[in-house]
Design a protein around this ligand. Structure first.
Ligand code: NAD
Length: 273
């Protein structure tokens, strides 16, 4: 006789069985947590990352847990590199179903007046051009049988404009959401869904790619939240919480959702907005 609890457990199906997922920036933070969760749900995971050591560790962890993953060294801001990685991934797995355009940097945080043109460009190249390239080169493969594209944007540039110094970052994050909506409409004919995730502060390694310049102090507006700016949890969110949203948007559980940005911030953006 089956114990009812066991029967329930057995009835939980992996949600991405036989699917192939590409995750940019899969070696760290939100990308890593999403790769691990999607692999647990049966997806074969392709990690597109420029930092090989971290990505290799994620691949090894997925394989050790009985999943399937491969690393493709990719700088998402370099067109040939992205196109080549897709070709290699298709050679390895034969199909493509899910693309998580997640890799990004905070970049230089400073006043607009003191922002070096090259620093502005670097943030745009990785966050916005990189998203475009990650989506563009996926389309010929996703057109075969439809799929789901997720773009990792932010509350910054969409609901929050008070993080002074983040002019480049916020512009790319707003651009990603506009691009997501354009892509959702254009690609609906191929049954490709496109959505964006807009996280608030999430505990990851992104601060290692944040460079605050001293001139920032000149333009910062002091605002205090005596009870903190995290109304729900009183702390930053976790990469694993964002991964749960990525899993939902990647799976057929969200089959009628496209062209939408979803905030995951414990109401942080409402207190700032
Ligand atoms: P992270 O620094 O922990 O991970 C980023 C990953 O992207 C790393 O593995 C890095 O090697 C990779 N990467 C960076 N540039 C790359 C490039 N040019 N080509 C390929 N890979 C590259 O950061 P995270 O917090 O997990 O950030 C992931 C995404 O989430 C970013 O787009 C970020 O803007 C967004 N986001 C993060 C937060 C947060 O608080 N952590 C909040 C809102 C949005």
């Amino acid at each position: 006789m089956i114990n009812p609890n066991e029967a329930l457990e057995q009835s939980i199906q992996p949600r991405l069985k036989n699917k192939v997922a590409i995750i940019s920036g899969g070696g760290s933070g939100i990308g890593k947590a999403s790769a691990m969760l999607m692999a647990r749900h049966g997806a074969k995971v392709c990690l597109f990352d420029r930092t090989l050591d971290n990505a290799n560790e994620v691949r090894d962890a997925i394989k050790a847990a009985g999943g399937e993953a491969t690393v493709f060294r990719t700088d998402i801001s370099v067109a040939d590199n992205v196109e080549e990685s897709y070709k290699e991934a298709l050679k390895a797995y034969g199909r493509l179903d899910i693309v998580f355009a997640n890799a990004g940097i905070n970049g230089v945080m400073t006043s607009i007046e003191h922002m070096e043109v090259d620093d502005w460009q670097k943030t745009v190249d990785i966050n916005l051009r990189g998203t475009f390239l990650t989506v563009k080169y996926a389309i010929p493969h996703l057109k075969e049988s439809g799929g789901s594209i997720l773009i990792n944007s932010s509350i910054n540039g969409n609901r929050v404009f008070s993080n002074i110094g983040f002019s480049a970052y916020s512009s790319t994050k707003a651009g990603q959401v506009a691009f997501m909506k354009m892509a959702a409409l254009e690609l609906a004919r191929y049954k490709i869904r496109v959505n964006a995730i807009c996280p608030g502060a999430i505990e990851t390694s992104i601060d290692e790619n944040t460079f605050k310049k001293p001139e920032l102090k000149e333009v910062q507006i002091p605002v205090q939240y005596p009870e903190g700016d995290q109304p729900l949890a009183h702390k930053s969110g976790s990469a694993e919480q964002v991964a749960q949203l990525a899993l939902f948007l990647a799976s057929s559980d969200s089959s009628h959702i496209t062209g939408t940005e979803i905030y995951i911030d414990g109401a942080e953006s409402l207190i700032h907005g």
